[in-house]
Design a binder for this molecule. Structure first.
Ligand code: ATP
Ligand code: MG
Length: 256
Protein backbone atom coordinates (compact mmCIF):
# COMPACT_ATOMS: atom_id res chain seq x y z
CA UNK A 1 0.00 0.00 0.00
CA UNK A 2 1.23 3.48 -0.81
CA UNK A 3 0.84 6.65 1.18
CA UNK A 4 -1.47 9.22 -0.34
CA UNK A 5 -1.18 11.99 2.27
CA UNK A 6 1.88 12.45 4.46
CA UNK A 7 2.52 15.15 7.06
CA UNK A 8 6.01 15.03 8.59
CA UNK A 9 6.79 17.27 11.56
CA UNK A 10 4.51 20.01 10.23
CA UNK A 11 4.20 23.24 12.20
CA UNK A 12 1.64 25.90 11.48
CA UNK A 13 0.78 28.95 13.57
CA UNK A 14 -1.38 31.99 13.02
CA UNK A 15 0.41 34.70 14.97
CA UNK A 16 0.88 33.27 18.46
CA UNK A 17 -1.77 30.60 18.00
CA UNK A 18 -0.20 27.22 17.31
CA UNK A 19 -2.48 25.16 15.07
CA UNK A 20 -0.27 22.23 14.11
CA UNK A 21 2.52 21.36 16.50
CA UNK A 22 5.11 18.98 15.02
CA UNK A 23 2.21 17.25 13.35
CA UNK A 24 2.66 13.75 11.89
CA UNK A 25 -0.15 12.16 9.94
CA UNK A 26 -0.39 9.50 7.25
CA UNK A 27 -3.27 8.36 5.09
CA UNK A 28 -2.85 5.37 2.78
CA UNK A 29 -4.25 5.22 -0.75
CA UNK A 30 -7.92 4.30 -0.61
CA UNK A 31 -8.23 4.85 3.12
CA UNK A 32 -11.31 6.65 4.51
CA UNK A 33 -10.48 8.78 7.54
CA UNK A 34 -12.69 10.98 9.70
CA UNK A 35 -11.25 13.83 11.74
CA UNK A 36 -13.10 15.02 14.80
CA UNK A 37 -12.14 17.56 17.44
CA UNK A 38 -13.17 20.78 19.15
CA UNK A 39 -13.88 23.98 17.27
CA UNK A 40 -10.64 25.79 16.50
CA UNK A 41 -8.47 22.67 16.78
CA UNK A 42 -7.24 23.09 13.20
CA UNK A 43 -9.33 20.58 11.27
CA UNK A 44 -10.20 22.96 8.44
CA UNK A 45 -6.64 24.28 8.40
CA UNK A 46 -5.41 20.72 7.90
CA UNK A 47 -7.69 20.25 4.88
CA UNK A 48 -6.77 23.67 3.49
CA UNK A 49 -3.09 22.75 3.66
CA UNK A 50 -3.75 19.51 1.73
CA UNK A 51 -5.64 21.56 -0.87
CA UNK A 52 -2.65 23.95 -1.07
CA UNK A 53 -4.87 26.84 0.00
CA UNK A 54 -2.78 27.40 3.12
CA UNK A 55 1.00 27.20 3.44
CA UNK A 56 2.98 25.74 6.36
CA UNK A 57 5.76 27.14 8.57
CA UNK A 58 7.95 24.01 8.89
CA UNK A 59 8.00 20.35 7.98
CA UNK A 60 6.93 18.48 4.91
CA UNK A 61 3.62 17.61 3.29
CA UNK A 62 3.43 15.09 0.45
CA UNK A 63 0.46 14.11 -1.69
CA UNK A 64 0.73 10.89 -3.69
CA UNK A 65 4.44 10.79 -2.91
CA UNK A 66 5.16 14.28 -4.26
CA UNK A 67 6.18 17.15 -1.98
CA UNK A 68 3.48 19.83 -1.92
CA UNK A 69 5.27 22.93 -0.70
CA UNK A 70 8.63 22.45 -2.37
CA UNK A 71 10.03 21.12 -5.62
CA UNK A 72 13.34 19.53 -6.46
CA UNK A 73 15.55 21.82 -8.45
CA UNK A 74 18.78 19.97 -9.08
CA UNK A 75 19.95 19.05 -5.61
CA UNK A 76 18.10 21.90 -3.94
CA UNK A 77 14.55 22.23 -2.77
CA UNK A 78 12.91 25.42 -3.93
CA UNK A 79 9.53 27.07 -3.46
CA UNK A 80 6.74 25.58 -5.53
CA UNK A 81 5.81 27.25 -8.79
CA UNK A 82 2.22 28.16 -9.47
CA UNK A 83 2.12 25.38 -11.99
CA UNK A 84 3.29 22.82 -9.40
CA UNK A 85 0.57 23.95 -6.99
CA UNK A 86 -2.03 23.78 -9.75
CA UNK A 87 -0.95 20.24 -10.67
CA UNK A 88 -1.01 19.20 -7.02
CA UNK A 89 -4.45 20.77 -6.47
CA UNK A 90 -5.85 18.73 -9.33
CA UNK A 91 -5.16 15.58 -7.27
CA UNK A 92 -7.56 16.79 -4.61
CA UNK A 93 -11.28 17.67 -4.61
CA UNK A 94 -12.85 19.56 -1.72
CA UNK A 95 -16.43 20.04 -0.57
CA UNK A 96 -17.26 22.78 1.92
CA UNK A 97 -20.05 23.33 4.40
CA UNK A 98 -21.76 26.06 2.41
CA UNK A 99 -21.73 24.51 -1.08
CA UNK A 100 -20.04 27.55 -2.71
CA UNK A 101 -21.61 26.89 -6.11
CA UNK A 102 -21.35 29.46 -8.90
CA UNK A 103 -24.81 31.12 -8.63
CA UNK A 104 -24.84 32.24 -12.27
CA UNK A 105 -24.26 28.73 -13.67
CA UNK A 106 -26.68 25.82 -13.89
CA UNK A 107 -25.94 22.52 -12.14
CA UNK A 108 -24.48 21.26 -15.43
CA UNK A 109 -22.45 24.46 -15.88
CA UNK A 110 -21.05 24.23 -12.34
CA UNK A 111 -19.76 20.70 -12.88
CA UNK A 112 -18.59 21.25 -16.49
CA UNK A 113 -16.56 24.40 -15.69
CA UNK A 114 -13.34 22.76 -14.50
CA UNK A 115 -13.17 20.06 -17.21
CA UNK A 116 -13.73 22.80 -19.78
CA UNK A 117 -11.31 25.41 -18.45
CA UNK A 118 -8.68 23.35 -16.64
CA UNK A 119 -8.54 20.28 -18.91
CA UNK A 120 -9.52 22.15 -22.07
CA UNK A 121 -12.25 19.66 -23.03
CA UNK A 122 -14.76 20.80 -25.65
CA UNK A 123 -18.16 22.10 -24.53
CA UNK A 124 -19.76 18.83 -25.58
CA UNK A 125 -17.18 16.63 -23.83
CA UNK A 126 -17.21 18.64 -20.62
CA UNK A 127 -21.01 18.64 -20.49
CA UNK A 128 -21.14 14.90 -21.13
CA UNK A 129 -18.74 14.35 -18.22
CA UNK A 130 -20.80 16.69 -16.02
CA UNK A 131 -24.07 14.98 -16.90
CA UNK A 132 -22.59 11.58 -16.01
CA UNK A 133 -21.38 12.88 -12.65
CA UNK A 134 -24.73 14.51 -11.89
CA UNK A 135 -26.46 11.22 -12.73
CA UNK A 136 -24.13 9.50 -10.27
CA UNK A 137 -25.31 11.84 -7.48
CA UNK A 138 -28.95 11.37 -8.47
CA UNK A 139 -29.52 14.71 -10.19
CA UNK A 140 -30.20 13.79 -13.82
CA UNK A 141 -33.46 15.71 -13.63
CA UNK A 142 -31.83 18.94 -12.45
CA UNK A 143 -29.12 19.61 -15.04
CA UNK A 144 -30.48 23.00 -16.08
CA UNK A 145 -31.44 24.20 -12.59
CA UNK A 146 -29.64 27.16 -11.06
CA UNK A 147 -28.39 26.73 -7.46
CA UNK A 148 -31.09 29.05 -6.06
CA UNK A 149 -33.75 26.62 -7.31
CA UNK A 150 -32.19 23.58 -5.61
CA UNK A 151 -32.56 22.34 -2.03
CA UNK A 152 -29.53 22.38 0.26
CA UNK A 153 -29.06 18.64 -0.20
CA UNK A 154 -29.26 18.98 -3.98
CA UNK A 155 -26.81 21.89 -3.98
CA UNK A 156 -24.37 19.88 -1.92
CA UNK A 157 -24.68 16.95 -4.33
CA UNK A 158 -23.85 19.31 -7.21
CA UNK A 159 -20.84 20.50 -5.19
CA UNK A 160 -19.72 16.88 -4.75
CA UNK A 161 -20.10 16.19 -8.48
CA UNK A 162 -18.11 19.36 -9.19
CA UNK A 163 -15.32 18.32 -6.82
CA UNK A 164 -15.13 14.96 -8.63
CA UNK A 165 -15.00 16.50 -12.10
CA UNK A 166 -11.21 16.43 -12.42
CA UNK A 167 -11.06 12.83 -11.23
CA UNK A 168 -9.18 13.55 -7.99
CA UNK A 169 -7.32 10.87 -6.06
CA UNK A 170 -8.28 12.48 -2.75
CA UNK A 171 -11.64 13.89 -1.67
CA UNK A 172 -11.88 16.24 1.31
CA UNK A 173 -15.19 16.99 3.02
CA UNK A 174 -15.27 19.86 5.51
CA UNK A 175 -18.51 19.64 7.52
CA UNK A 176 -20.27 18.80 4.25
CA UNK A 177 -23.52 17.83 5.95
CA UNK A 178 -23.48 20.32 8.83
CA UNK A 179 -25.48 23.12 7.18
CA UNK A 180 -28.25 20.79 6.00
CA UNK A 181 -31.68 20.33 7.51
CA UNK A 182 -31.63 16.96 9.30
CA UNK A 183 -33.93 15.31 6.75
CA UNK A 184 -31.50 16.20 3.95
CA UNK A 185 -28.38 14.79 5.63
CA UNK A 186 -29.20 11.24 4.52
CA UNK A 187 -29.22 11.95 0.78
CA UNK A 188 -25.82 13.69 0.89
CA UNK A 189 -24.35 11.09 3.22
CA UNK A 190 -25.57 8.39 0.83
CA UNK A 191 -23.66 10.02 -2.02
CA UNK A 192 -20.56 10.37 0.16
CA UNK A 193 -20.80 6.68 1.06
CA UNK A 194 -21.15 5.64 -2.57
CA UNK A 195 -18.05 7.65 -3.45
CA UNK A 196 -16.15 6.27 -0.49
CA UNK A 197 -16.91 2.74 -1.68
CA UNK A 198 -14.54 3.29 -4.62
CA UNK A 199 -11.52 1.36 -3.47
CA UNK A 200 -8.89 3.69 -4.83
CA UNK A 201 -10.36 7.00 -3.71
CA UNK A 202 -8.79 8.39 -0.55
CA UNK A 203 -11.36 10.22 1.57
CA UNK A 204 -10.88 12.62 4.47
CA UNK A 205 -13.98 13.79 6.29
CA UNK A 206 -14.02 16.52 8.92
CA UNK A 207 -17.24 16.41 10.88
CA UNK A 208 -18.84 17.10 14.23
CA UNK A 209 -21.60 14.59 13.38
CA UNK A 210 -20.40 11.27 14.79
CA UNK A 211 -22.94 9.39 12.61
CA UNK A 212 -21.13 10.72 9.55
CA UNK A 213 -17.77 9.52 10.89
CA UNK A 214 -19.24 6.08 11.58
CA UNK A 215 -20.86 5.85 8.15
CA UNK A 216 -17.75 6.71 6.15
CA UNK A 217 -14.55 6.08 8.05
CA UNK A 218 -12.26 3.08 8.52
CA UNK A 219 -10.29 5.21 10.98
CA UNK A 220 -11.29 8.14 13.17
CA UNK A 221 -8.73 10.66 14.45
CA UNK A 222 -9.40 12.94 17.40
CA UNK A 223 -7.45 16.15 17.00
CA UNK A 224 -6.74 18.67 19.74
CA UNK A 225 -3.94 21.01 20.76
CA UNK A 226 -2.10 20.77 17.44
CA UNK A 227 -1.88 16.99 17.21
CA UNK A 228 -3.82 13.77 16.85
CA UNK A 229 -4.51 12.78 20.45
CA UNK A 230 -6.10 9.41 19.73
CA UNK A 231 -7.10 7.38 16.70
CA UNK A 232 -8.70 4.06 15.94
CA UNK A 233 -11.54 2.23 14.22
CA UNK A 234 -14.86 4.11 14.47
CA UNK A 235 -16.41 1.65 16.90
CA UNK A 236 -13.43 1.61 19.26
CA UNK A 237 -12.74 5.32 19.18
CA UNK A 238 -16.32 6.56 19.36
CA UNK A 239 -17.67 3.99 21.82
CA UNK A 240 -14.64 3.18 23.95
CA UNK A 241 -12.18 6.06 23.77
CA UNK A 242 -9.12 5.54 25.94
CA UNK A 243 -7.87 9.09 26.24
CA UNK A 244 -9.51 11.34 28.82
CA UNK A 245 -9.59 14.30 26.40
CA UNK A 246 -11.31 12.21 23.72
CA UNK A 247 -13.84 11.08 26.32
CA UNK A 248 -14.53 14.63 27.46
CA UNK A 249 -15.02 15.78 23.87
CA UNK A 250 -17.41 12.93 23.01
CA UNK A 251 -19.39 13.53 26.20
CA UNK A 252 -19.78 17.19 25.23
CA UNK A 253 -20.84 16.25 21.68
CA UNK A 254 -23.46 13.84 22.95
CA UNK A 255 -24.86 16.42 25.34
CA UNK A 256 -25.10 19.06 22.60
N1 ATP B 1 -6.26 32.62 7.91
C1 ATP B 1 -6.25 32.64 9.25
N2 ATP B 1 -5.66 33.66 9.93
C2 ATP B 1 -5.62 33.67 11.28
N3 ATP B 1 -6.13 32.70 12.05
C3 ATP B 1 -6.73 31.67 11.45
C4 ATP B 1 -6.82 31.58 10.02
N4 ATP B 1 -7.47 30.43 9.70
C5 ATP B 1 -7.75 29.83 10.88
N5 ATP B 1 -7.31 30.57 11.93
C6 ATP B 1 -7.41 30.19 13.36
O1 ATP B 1 -6.86 28.91 13.48
C7 ATP B 1 -7.59 28.12 14.43
C8 ATP B 1 -8.00 26.82 13.79
O2 ATP B 1 -8.98 27.07 12.81
P1 ATP B 1 -9.70 25.96 11.97
O3 ATP B 1 -10.68 26.65 11.11
O4 ATP B 1 -8.69 25.11 11.32
O5 ATP B 1 -10.42 25.13 13.12
P2 ATP B 1 -11.50 23.96 13.02
O6 ATP B 1 -10.98 22.83 13.81
O7 ATP B 1 -11.84 23.71 11.60
O8 ATP B 1 -12.75 24.59 13.79
P3 ATP B 1 -14.32 24.42 13.50
O9 ATP B 1 -14.71 23.08 14.10
O10 ATP B 1 -14.95 25.54 14.26
O11 ATP B 1 -14.56 24.50 12.03
C9 ATP B 1 -8.73 29.00 14.90
O12 ATP B 1 -8.35 29.56 16.13
C10 ATP B 1 -8.85 30.05 13.83
O13 ATP B 1 -9.33 31.26 14.36
MG1 MG C 1 -13.56 23.98 10.46
Amino acid sequence: MTEMITFENVCKSFGKTVILNDFNFRVMRGEKVAIIGPSGSGKSTLLRIIMALQDIDHGKVSIDGKPLWEVNHGRHLVKPTRRHLRDMRSLVGMVFQNFNLFPNLTALGNVAAAPRHVLGLSKKESEARAAALLAQVGLSEKLSNYPSTLSGGQQQRVAIARAMALEPKVMLFDEATSALDPELVGEVLGVMRDLASARDLTVLVVTHQMGVARAIADRVCFMEGGCVVEEGGPEALLSQPKNERTRAFLRAVHLA
